[in-house]
Design a protein around this ligand. Sequence first.
Ligand code: PLP
Length: 468
Amino acid sequence: MNDESTAAATAARGGFRTLDRDRLRRLLERERARYVKEHPRSRELAAEAGRSLLAGVPMSWMAKLTGDFPLFFSEARGNRVVDVDGHTYIDFCLGDTGAMTGHSPTVVMAAVRRRAEELGGITTMLPTEDAAAVGAELQRRFGLPYWQFSLTATDANRWVLRMCRMVQRRPYVLVFSECYHGTVDETIIVLGPDGRPRSKPGNVGPQVDPTLTTKVVEFNDVDGLRAALAPRDVACVLMEPWMTNIGIVPAAPGFLEAVRELCDETGTLLINDETHTISAGVGGCTRAFGLRPDVVTIGKAIASGIPMGAYGVTAELAGRILGDPEADLVDQGGVGGTLAGNALSTAAARATLEHVLTEENFARMIACATRYAEGVQRVLDEHRVPWVIVQLGARAEYRFTPTVPRSGNESRAAHDGELEEFMHLYTINRGIFMTPFHNMALMCPDTTAADVDRHTAVFADAVEELYG
Ligand SMILES: Cc1ncc(COP(=O)(O)O)c(C=O)c1O
């Protein structure tokens, strides 16, 4: 991981190189043209989809993917994706964590087939024995005793925000500026340039102004958090232990301890959203850093991409939730979903936790991410490029700034749309798929050192073309 002293050392060696924007734009045009030329079938399918799908895609954010039209894929297994034009990609996106297990792991597919075909019963409103096995395994990993399932991490977050407000009898929740916890109304808020909270630009039809439901402070700002929690009107803090959705923003030394202390002092509940930070190890940052949240939420990878989310709570909080006389937790009180906790998701989660997201696999995935980060850093050093790379376990991401961002807004300021598009197209055109809207790479159990080295070579060529 780079830091300010590394940046200072680079500056002392003759300073960083300056990016020639005209050159970048010429290169970008070349890569855009190559992308269009080499993906004729994706282009045809995009045109066809445009006749029936809103924005031409099954989910609107796919319209924002790099290139004039999205890549359509035909097959994916392990860490390889094959597109409809027959190109094979080394996949470092892995469904933005949903496929952190690798695509369609054999052991999970066997469990899914057994449940869906052999035994039958995808969803019945009844529990299966897999559910308790998944609960026990999540309990062991995260140290929280009681678990419940949803279909997505978004839902897990939504439901625990409700429960925390209910038992606390407090109106606000608190999040960090530039966080992402899914499409959860209360979290679509940032600190504006004037340092005041405001609805995130582009917030689609908020039912209420989020400044009425939510307090927001900068990540790593202990004083800001202290002031926000002091009136004791915040039910809970919802956070990723390290931010991952605005690039990776590490917690400064002592910050996570300060968050816990301030929550304890003010009677505020603490929720760790481990949906992405599970990359830190089998129990996410909670286990890796010895954290003591009141709630953990998670989703995406825990069932190898079969829809599944989960939340776990302390015994004390479980008692308060179940003992609340005013709450309707079983019918139409605002918590629940017909398909949540279904037999297919829980079968997939059990196989994933028992056989795929294991200690042994994490050790290999993290070693690959270290090799990846070291390779990128070497290239940046050689060319004196003012970018930084940060690793969190099995995930690593570079940002277009020489020092590690300390807050969401600082990381946001490092965004460079042209550079990002260039790096994505350059790598896609050479058989590497990075996480869209990020410069992020995630390793799965199938990722090899050779895959990582291939990325380093392509990354070096891109940087050479930009700065050489
Ligand atoms: C930290 C975090 N929490 C929650 C979510 C929401 O996940 P989903 O869209 O699967 O509900 C995301 C999605 O990126 C996330 O990064």
